[in-house]
Design a protein. Structure first.
Length: 166
């Protein structure tokens, strides 16, 4: 019995340490430093690189169709994209297991994305985990016009316009 209690305490302690570490140190890029370029293909089959968006504010938004906060937040980001087409690009990078789940979700939710929001399936988590060490959903990296990191936000937000304007 004492051994089980000791194991439980150790596991809880390790979980607490990991949670604190992941909240504070999961970000590889440092604030105000440039983000490394990466290539991606949106779910429509168009290929891009991050550096093609230089000169605009870029939101790297990590989400999934099975994430409840992501589902409520996504329409707000689509609306922001519609209202700021010339100044903002949103890369909505999904951690879903299948690309078909993203398409099905967008159809079911009747989301017609404007040109400045790109839905990306992060197959094998190459972008989310390989580049940005995303640990929680939703997570958003806001990049300045020079593509340096302005801010990292963990969790959903009600008013994204404030983050775009500041």
């Amino acid at each position: 019995m004492k051994i089980n209690l000791l194991i439980l305490v150790v596991l809880l302690g390790l979980t607490a340490i990991w949670t604190m570490w992941s909240n504070n140190y999961s970000i590889k890029p440092l604030k105000n430093n440039p983000i490394s370029n990466f290539d991606y293909t949106d779910i429509e089959g168009h290929s891009f690189s991050l550096y093609q968006h230089k000169g605009k504010t870029v939101f790297l938004h990590f989400w999934a169709t099975w994430c409840a906060p992501c589902i409520t937040e996504l329409p707000k980001l689509v609306e922001l994209a519609k209202n700021t087409p010339a100044d903002l690009v949103i890369l909505a990078i999904s951690k879903d297991l299948k690309e078909a789940d993203i398409r099905k979700f967008l159809t079911k939710q009747n989301i017609a994305p404007p040109q400045n929001i790109k839905f990306i399936w992060d197959k094998n988590s190459q972008i989310s985990e390989g580049i940005f060490s995303v640990t929680k959903l939703p997570e958003t990296f806001i990049l300045n016009q020079d593509l340096s990191l302005k801010e990292k936000i963990i969790g959903d937000k009600d008013d994204w316009k404030n983050y775009f304007e500041n």
